[in-house]
Design a protein. Structure first.
Lengths: 245, 520, 245, 520
């Protein structure tokens, strides 16, 4: 299906944009704002607000029409390609197929100290009304907490014989999350033979879920992930898929 | 709400008294004149609808034909129903068609012919009014069954795409998202049309034409949504303009629930002749009274052309005048959606406290009226982030001062007519304020003799002074002087004057008779 | 000078965008939002907020980096190409060169009833601390007010022997302002021989000042115009230029 | 502010008393231990700066060398100044260089050597403290000359580019736009470094490294801007972390004006060992007291991991503990920027009134403290329009409840570290609220026995109950139980424990002696 942005009429293509340019406010600055809007595809574009900040910057709000078409059929999303299981099904699958507890090691790596997200996935308390992985009887969860150096994580994963390593990254300034994730996956590749490498899962609100390849991890979870999704994925990736293989 | 302003009761009484004195001559004017719009509205109530192939409504064709032949001053109903009574045509449409072709001779009937005409006309109009009554009963039933909004203020949202078929889904979406009242904004310019367009329309500018069919379509859609939501969603449109009486009639026939109807808006903001406006206004309000429609007055508009601090008292004066005219036309307090607005320049020191003082003054002057609280527009800019903030404080002022109907402000006010997402953001804003501060008025206690109380007292005193001047000069001269909204409108200028006539001694209009008489 | 949008670091190229797509909210919808952001040049782009409205629409807020460059030297703006005069200089110029009052006819045309803008330019009261054109002793101002039909305007301009016609247009939905302006300029071209046609000036907050050619007018004034700018322009266009010619 | 909550004075007194009982053993702990950070801070006060070619500060090299040879428990000053006194090196840097090369033998000096060492050490540290005193006097002069912000609350803005050379113009722009206090956010992870980096830095993540040179550069830039603006612009940075005492010393030496310094933040949110934290905290606060630096405590953080309604009383308890520790360390009320935050889920019914109750409780419990009021963060989403609205109501709560320092919320809280334009929009928001509602607290009178008063009383009662539990169990055990911010932190775990030592009988630290003694 082909769609366009909708302001107040089907197909009107209207969008709102704001940005700062490092120039003082004058007519030329507004022209520069329109030039940028034009390059973004706004035509016509209206500078509806311009405000100089300090001496050398101007903030702009621009409204306008874009003629870009969005083809929803060409959207590639990481669809959930596994069934969403209830806790008891997760437990049952682990018990009957793995015949031992499935070990999950979690951490916030690098200098990131935002544990609320990984805790939401791991701690009993959970999030959005769903209990976290600790609640699953057949999972053994080791939560290393915040600011864990990558070597420590690799060591703990080895010591705990982790089936899966769950890593959270929330700080994204200067692409910190990407650097840290790459460093982590490289370290695991180095430390483990491919067959024994634990499943690598990262999550955080600003990840692009399609970047698994680039980052060298098995799965990425974004904003609003729930523990059940993660548990179901683990069963799928560690049990169902192994069975198939 | 308990009284928080400690207003001087004598001064309040004095203000009301002065408004009545100022308004009385204008009521007299209205009672002694008719207009083409009043006459057309009467024919509409009598059942005449539709338009000729050029889109000119049959009521216009018929009234023009009568006026050409016998003038307006007798009312057109005598000649029209006289012609029908004498068998010139079988019904009003046929008569209008023949009249348009120039093949009817109209006369003011006398004697027996008069009696027959009057009987026929009265019956026709009474039927129309009964439909209005049925619509009102229908509304009452639906409200009883589905319920009123659970909270005050009611949330009032506008749609304004220009296309009734875009408006409908947007209105339904707005209702689902929490709107209690939907207003369909009218196309620019419609208020200057001396006829009401016909049919479903898709070509308005910055608003959708007010037509009977558009009214019907939207009301039906909102009835559906009301059922879905278990809450009766009200529908608003605009009466003001050259067709005020007709639109009022159509609104009554199609069960609209509120109507923009101000005693002076057309004069001030559309340069419509003052006499025309006052005559039309009275008739239209009589119909609204009958239909149980809440009127929305337009004091907010003054503050878009005048300064909201300097002109605060003109709002109060206008509210008092609107109240007087409304009562006189039979509207009870419960149908008096007097308007006021949050339009003080936000850069003015203490602007929010001034707003609170003004809003509370209106609240305490008109404790039983469903006041309509209008959002900032004039000082909205293209800075949509700031705009949403300002709207939040507007919402807060509404909650703190117990306003009844909250017209939801849009962050894009200075940019575009509202987008779908603007409404959603705006509603989210309202909901946050209502839910998080719902009971905060409990803790809002203007300090005795403090800033808020003092400001309210000042505005009231200024209003009394102005009313004294108006009673001295006469309301029409005051309007001519630019007292309201800084617009100068002399009584002998402005649009639509040629459609006004002083009623002759034999003037007859069955709607006027029924509505003035009170019985039907 | 080449500049880029500035978030918090020189050259970071960061912008904010919001829009609605006519699709319900799900992963695919977020993908569609990213696709649109991509077409606007955001890369990487983050959907930071998505909210379904009703059943078939979703509102998105997207942040991201654009790599578009803005070349301020290539901005074409309508620079003020005339000196800004004080009221007394305007009056002096008219008196000494024109030797009669300069006649200005103003109106809001079409169905537009927004007179505040044109009044700000014409009425004594003025705007932003500057008096309006009525205040200039050597100008004669005829303000026709709101919702003036084009034929009435043309007639009035003829009758008043207008040197300049000032037209305001505020409502822009469905490009009403452009249609009305074109209709107006065409009517003047029809009604007056080129040499006697009054100067045509339009104004309003949403005009693109560069569209004079397209709209057939002599000058366009946008947001925040002040009366002095207009008066100075009139002197420039009607007196200085004539002298030169 | 007049009292609006009608708090029970006995209960307030009881709460303070309990906090003192709970805090006393911890003070004892602090007085009987030292840490590597305390010792390094002492050397910094004595004038030792700079770093080796790998960037490891000389204070670290020197302390490590001493600890390796003679342990930490005697304090390093005896061995260090003993070595200097006996002529091992001409100055501290030279000594550190030699020590790093392994060519100094350290001993705990005794007898005459001890006297000489103490004299030398005391003089050096006293010089350092005098510089701190001079900086303080300088601040007082500048404030006198340029003036304090004209309004309360003071407006507190953060910059966080990671690059001191981007931070500086942004901070100056923010000050020009109205900020009264600039906080330079620290790079993630710095608080876990057991050393203070050196020099100007451009490579932080989500914040800029706290270094002496960065402090100096920013303070100089803001001094310039202060002059330009005719208003003294304050500078804030973070003490908390493994280097709390050192950073406090550097802040005193470079005339920072405020410092994030919480008695428990490092324990709870950085998993720093509790004993390490409490020891470091006390020393750092003694230096802040000396430097006239206002501390900012971190109660806001609890509400990002715990629920702001359920855990409201833990904030109160922590404030009382912070107050006790601060007073004990010599900080007067005027330097107590106790923290609290607007973090209730905005979807909770009456959330704004709950916020008012909490904020007013803090205000009335600590009437003379410059309370720091922190904006919503947890419930901010990517919906930046809603975010700006929420920040507006946060600002309003600050104004209504008389907060002292307002940390300005950013609409992009959930998205990015603040952009230049975010700050501008946020400041505009603050300014609107301050200017339009500045005096509104006059009209904010919580109904006696009403919602707001009741809620405040409940929170206070819960705080007392919790304090009773803590005095029973001991503060360290309570922290181990997850009482604060739901974080469980046992006293024998956590980072930096190996840098703690119980003071030996011959422990000597000239800074401790001077600060504890009160004279210098
Ligand atoms: C709470 C919080 C804190 C707390 C953290 C407490 C703690 N123990 O975690 C405290 C106060 C300590 C803190 C400190 C700082 N913070 Co902070 N903080 C936040 C805040 C307000 C909320 C984050 C949060 O808890 N979200 C709720 C959780 C449940 O959501 P989530 O993390 O997205 O997790 C979900 C999914 O992403 C996913 N998920 C996440 N991880 C994982 C992992 C796996 C394996 C899986 C499967 C799924 C998954 O599932 C979760 C559940 O649905 C955000 C702003 C905001 N509103 O988002 C800023 C924010 C994240 N902080 C920020 C910063 C910069 C800091 C500081 C550096 C400086 C500062 N501004 O104070 C410091 C230092 C932190 C450090 N060293 O890392 C920035 C990051 C900017 C950026 N994009 O780079 C933000 C965005 C604020 C801002 N705009 O400046 N912060
Ligand atoms: C005041 C106002 C009204 C008043 C008008 C009173 C009056 N006598 O003018 C009232 C209440 C009557 C009104 C009614 C309507 N309005 Co209205 N109104 C506004 C409002 C709030 C302010 C406009 C204003 O006065 N600006 C101040 C003046 C000084 O600025 P300005 O017009 O830009 O003028 C400056 C420059 O542009 C320039 N300039 C302008 N004209 C000219 C001409 C020349 C020759 C020159 C040289 C310069 C020049 O110089 C001026 C001074 O600097 C705006 C929203 C907003 N905040 O902008 C909506 C707005 C303009 N209205 C709008 C609409 C749709 C309507 C209505 C149709 C429905 C409604 N929403 O109520 C009706 C019908 C109006 C009609 N038939 O035209 C829309 C237009 C949408 C669009 N872009 O198409 C707006 C943007 C609101 C909205 N978002 O819906 N409105
Ligand atoms: C009372 C009243 N009537 C009518 C209108 C709209 O009139 P028009 O359709 O002429 O724009 C308004 C404007 O908001 C109003 O306040
Ligand atoms: C008291 C206190 N100290 C320090 C910090 C920051 O610590 P870090 O630099 O470890 O992120 C905070 C967080 O806002 C705080 O509240």
């Amino acid at each position: 299906m082909i769609v366009r942005p909708y302001g107040d009429t089907t197909g009107d293509g209207m969008v709102q944009v704001s940005f700062t340019l490092p120039v003082p406010h004058d007519r030329r600055a507004e022209g520069a704002a329109l030039q940028l809007a034009g390059k973004m595809g706004l035509d016509p574009a209206m500078v509806v607000h311009a405000k100089q900040m300090g001496t050398g910057f101007t903030f702009f709000v621009v409204y306008g029409r874009v003629s870009h078409l969005v083809d929803t059929d060409r959207v590639t999303v990481v669809e959930r390609d596994f069934p969403l299981l209830a806790a008891k099904d997760v437990n049952a699958a682990v018990r009957s197929r793995l015949r031992r507890k499935l070990v999950v090691v979690g951490a916030c790596i690098g200098t990131d100290a935002h544990t609320v997200g990984i805790d939401a996935i791991l701690n009993i308390k959970g999030v959005a009304g769903e209990k976290g992985l600790e609640y699953y009887r057949e999972l053994r969860v080791v939560n290393l907490g915040a600011q864990v150096p990558v070597p420590d994580l690799v060591r703990a994963a080895g010591a705990e014989k982790a089936d899966a390593v769950l890593v959270s990254q929330v700080v994204t300034q200067r692409d910190a999350h990407l650097h840290n994730t790459r460093e982590m996956s490289a370290a695991f590749r180095e430390a483990f033979p491919a067959a024994r490498r634990p499943l690598l899962v990262v999550g955080g609100p600003r990840f692009d879920e399609a970047m698994t390849g680039e980052l060298g991890v098995d799965r990425i979870f974004g904003r609003g992930t729930t523990p059940r999704e993660v548990a179901s994925y683990l069963v799928h990736a560690l049990i169902e898929r192994k069975k198939a293989a | 709400m308990t009284a928080k302003l400690a207003l001087d009761a004598d001064q309040v009484a004095r203000a009301r008294e002065l408004a009545a004195i100022a308004g009385a001559p204008v009521v007299e004017l209205a009672r002694s004149h008719t207009t083409v719009a009043v006459e057309r509205a009467t024919l509409r109530l009598a059942g005449l609808g539709g338009a000729d192939p050029d889109g000119i409504p049959w009521v216009n064709r018929l009234v023009s034909a009568v006026v050409e032949q016998v003038g307006l001053e007798h009312g057109v109903s005598g000649p029209v129903f006289g012609a029908l009574a004498r068998g010139d045509s079988t019904d009003l449409v046929a008569l209008a068609q023949r009249a348009a072709a120039g093949s009817v001779d109209f006369t003011v009937p006398a004697g027996k012919a008069r009696t027959a005409a009057h009987r026929l006309g009265t019956r026709a109009v009474r039927d129309g009014l009964r439909t209005v009554d049925r619509r009102r009963a229908e509304r009452e039933r639906l409200v009883k069954r589905l319920g009123d909004p659970p909270q005050r203020p009611w949330i009032y949202l506008i749609v304004a795409t220009g296309d009734i078929y875009e408006d409908i889904p947007q209105a339904q979406a707005a209702a689902r998202a929490g709107a209690d009242v939907i207003a369909v904004i009218r196309s620019t310019g419609q208020s200057l049309l001396d006829y009401v367009p016909e049919g479903a329309t898709r070509e308005g500018f910055a608003g959708t034409y007010a037509t009977r069919e558009n009214f019907r379509l939207m009301r039906a859609a909102l009835d559906e949504t009301s059922k879905e939501l278990g809450r009766y969603v009200r529908l608003t449109n605009y009466a003001s303009g050259l067709c005020m009486p007709e639109i009022a009639a159509l609104a009554g026939l199609e069960r609209l629930d509120m109507m923009l109807n101000d005693s002076m808006y057309g004069i001030l903001f559309r340069d419509i002749n003052p006499v025309r406006t006052f005559v039309d206004q009275r008739f239209s309000r009589q119909i609204h009274a009958r239909a149980g429609i809440i009127i929305n007055t337009g004091e907010d508009n003054y503050l878009t052309t005048a300064d909201a601090v300097e002109a605060a008292h003109t709002v109060t004066v206008s509210q008092l005048l609107n109240e007087f005219f409304a009562h006189e036309a039979g509207l009870p307090d419960a149908q008096l959606g007097l308007g006021h607005a949050f339009e003080i320049n936000p850069d003015v020191k203490d602007s929010f406290r001034l707003e609170l003082a003004h809003a509370l003054l209106a609240r305490e002057l008109f404790p039983d009226a469903p006041l309509k609280w209008m959002p900032p527009t004039k000082h909205m800019t293209g800075d949509v982030f700031r705009g949403n903030l300002l709207d939040g404080f507007f919402n807060l002022a509404g909650v703190l001062t117990g306003q009844s109907i909250l017209l939801v402000g849009m962050m894009t006010e200075a940019v575009v007519t509202p987008w779908l997402s603007d409404r959603d953001i705006a509603l989210q804003n309202v909901r946050y304020v209502l839910d998080s501060c719902g009971g905060l008025h409990e803790d809002f206690v203007p300090a005795p003799g403090g800033f808020v109380q003092k400001r309210a007292a000042t505005v009231l005193a200024e209003a009394v002074t102005l009313l004294e001047r108006i009673t001295d000069e006469g309301l029409l001269s005051s309007i001519a002087d630019g007292t309201f909204g800084i617009m100068k409108r002399p009584p002998d200028k402005g649009r639509g004057l040629d459609g006004v006539a002083r009623r002759a001694d034999d003037f007859w209009n069955p709607a006027v008779a029924l509505l003035d008489g009170g019985a039907a």
